[in-house]
Ligand binder design. Sequence first.
Ligand code: HEC
Ligand code: HEC
Length: 200
Amino acid sequence: MDLFFQKLILQSFIVLNFACYSCVSAANLEATIKFCSTCHGEDGNSVAPNIPKLAGRDPNYIARELNYFSSGKRKSDIMAPVISNVDASQFKELGQYFGKQKSSSDKITDIKAADSGKKIYLDGDEGKGLPACAGCHEPSGAGSSRFPRLAGQHKEYLVRELNKFKTDFHTQESARLMRETAKRMTEAEINDVSEYLSGL
Ligand code: HEC
Ligand code: HEC
């Protein structure tokens, strides 16, 4: 074979390889999303009450938490092994995919609890220095990149997380304010505010 043809074959091999690189990484992202969806739901609204919904959460918040799980800053027996199988270059796109899904609401079963939870959420309790949640998480519960969306989140997950803040399980610096806040809450207040938020 002459040199010209050898070069041509080599070149088309390189071109083909590059073309395949992008198609492989796109396919990879799709496969990763499928993997996440087995627990978090295809539309980011998990069915299991102990697995958080991701739909409508700020994309930067999702990506940040993935980095935390990956570095061990946020401890989780489930998400730590899960994330060790995912390429960190996908974190941003995963945040974008799940963030743009529409968050669903759960059904409120205890109206009295939800009513008292609403008061805590919007006003806090000045008497004991409990800040209004709405001040950081937004009155609608929609949140932002720094303060996660709480509206529509499963009650079981919210109660569990608030107790984790309360007992200093979450040690990352960004959770300092939440540790202070949760420590000022009684079990009943945690229950009520979570009942209210799940229905938003
Ligand atoms: C085997 C089930 C499972 C799989 C698969 C899974 N997750 Fe999770 N995820 C969980 C659980 C459970 C939690 C709650 C963390 C905890 O309490 O330990 C969680 C928490 C999270 C959080 C934090 C949410 C918040 O509100 O702070 C994000 C973000 C997240 N997962 C994203 C993902 C992404 C992206 C994928 C795919 C790469 C994924 N998860 C795959 C079960 C899973
Ligand atoms: C001063 C600001 C601030 C106030 C006030 C506040 N939070 Fe938060 N909250 C945060 C921050 C910041 C995080 C994220 C912590 C992290 O992931 O490092 C957070 C996280 C949470 C989470 C975890 C969400 C998830 O998806 O894992 C829950 C639940 C929560 N807050 C509930 C509340 C409730 C209920 C109140 C009112 C009693 C409240 N917060 C008041 C700043 C605040």
